[in-house]
Design a protein around this ligand. Structure first.
Ligand code: URA
Length: 425
């Protein structure tokens, strides 16, 4: 077997055989296939696609490149959620302890933000003392004591995907449905969850800009999960405007705690409850309703136990950025658009995100929204507050907001998009 014949086969629109796929993933993980060869193959896959059989075998080969975790010693059904990434998407924070409070265990392996989308681990690291890196034994211990754990995936889990994702990120080959689906599902299947709910984001702030592409990605991932024995469903959800009223690390932790305390923005509560109900149903747990667990404080109890078990202080004040800058509403009328991608880039430029994997993030930086699409605004009222420790970044951050806000004349009929756009499963 050699890399050039595998690249040529896909370049010429052929179907890769099982032995070709197994070999190329294994050889790439071991360093025998060079980055430039894998880049050429990834580009050929992006341009020419893969059949369902090829995607399934590719996913399986990436799982076999590393370890598989096993939570059966817990003796409790397990459920996990994966979001394809968005702006202000803090849902994992209230969701994991909420589902734990309703009787399923939640082993949530999460990532860091790159580009305009935030990362769950960066958000939680704004809580003083909280640790993202746990050994497998520590992860199991937190799951036993708190019912939920949110931590970084260890190096042993799908190492082929770690290498390939970093390569795709710098070769313009991220946006290929076969590669996105196999990347996400190899990690989730290797993680060993019994049930999985996928939150496939659609809109300007998401990878998938339109519903048809999002449906294809969702169907591909649901098919991969089910054939691996994981009860998998997908919700397609709106990412044309940020979720909730905050985008940025500590700002989003604050909003998540509001949801756990029974308050919080309506869209965050609605999506958290919808995903929690799907996770519990997929795991076969039919006990408490998640809305009751938010009301009676049990979800908050699980949050506090989970944060404490990972070294964090749930009562410590959250970091606040040194500088605030208010952006006023440009006109009086109905806010009809507040673009998710623009807000995500603004938060990133303010210091909430990173340009390279090794960059630090500012815990307090980000964007606070004072209105959502559908609200009536008055010219000059505060529309956004920008938070940063480095005010010299403000002009560059403000540039990202150009064209992001649309205000229609007062009285214009406007109905914001629903949060849940479709369900696949
Ligand atoms: N998230 C992943 O883990 N992989 C992708 O390819 C895209 C998003």
């Amino acid at each position: 077997m050699d890399a050039i014949s595998v690249i040529r086969a896909k370049r010429d629109r052929g179907e890769l055989t099982d032995p070709q796929i197994d070999w190329v993933i294994d050889a790439y993980t071991r360093g025998e296939v060079a980055d430039e060869q894998m880049s050429a193959l990834a580009m050929a896959i992006l341009l020419n696609g893969m059949t369902a059989r090829e995607i399934s075998r590719w996913t399986d080969a990436m799982i076999r490149s590393g370890e598989r975790m096993d939570f059966s010693p817990l003796g409790v059904p397990t459920a996990d959620k994966h979001s394809t990434g968005g702006v202000g998407d803090k849902i994992t924070l209230p969701l994991a302890p909420l589902v734990a409070a309703c009787g399923a265990a939640v082993p949530q392996l999460s990532g860091r933000g790159l580009g305009h989308t935030g990362g769950t681990l960066d958000k939680l690291e704004s809580i003083p003392g909280w640790r993202a890196l746990l050994s497998n034994e520590e992860m199991l211990a937190v799951l036993r004591s708190a019912g939920a754990v949110i931590c970084a995936a260890g190096d042993g889990l799908a190492p082929a995907d770690k290498k390939l994702y970093a390569l795709r990120d710098v070769t313009g080959t991220v946006e290929a449905i076969p590669l996105i689906a196999s990347s996400i599902m190899s990690k989730k299947i290797a993680e060993g969850t019994g049930a999985l709910v996928l939150d496939v984001k659609v809109g300007s702030g998401a990878f998938m800009k339109n519903l048809d592409d999002a449906r294809e990605l969702a169907r591909t991932m649901v098919g991969l999960g089910r054939s691996a024995g994981v009860a998998t469903v997908a919700l397609l959800t709106d990412m044309s405007t940020p979720l909730g009223l905050t985008a940025g690390n500590a700002l989003e932790v604050r909003e998540s705690v509001e949801v756990l305390a029974g308050g919080g923005p309506a869209d965050v509560v609605e999506l958290t409850l919808a995903l929690a109900r799907e996770m519990l149903a997929a795991a076969g747990v039919h006990g408490k309703d998640p809305a009751d667990a938010l009301r009676d404080g049990s979800a908050m109890d699980h949050w506090r136990r989970m944060i404490t078990a990972q070294g964090g202080d749930p009562d410590a004040p959250l970091p606040v950025a040194r500088e605030q800058h208010v952006v006023p509403a440009p006109a009086t009328g109905v806010l009809t658009a507040l673009d998710a991608y623009a807000v995500g880039v603004t938060a990133w430029r303010l210091g909430a995100g990173r340009a390279r994997k090794e960059d630090p993030v500012q815990a307090g930086a980000g964007v606070e929204l004072h209105a959502k699409p559908g609200d009536t605004v008055t010219a000059g009222q505060p529309l956004l507050t920008l938070h940063t420790d480095t005010p010299e970044r403000l002009p560059y951050a403000l540039e990202a907001l150009e064209g992001a806000v649309t205000v229609a004349p007062a009285g214009t009929a406007f109905t914001p998009a629903p949060i849940v756009l479709d369900r696949i499963g």
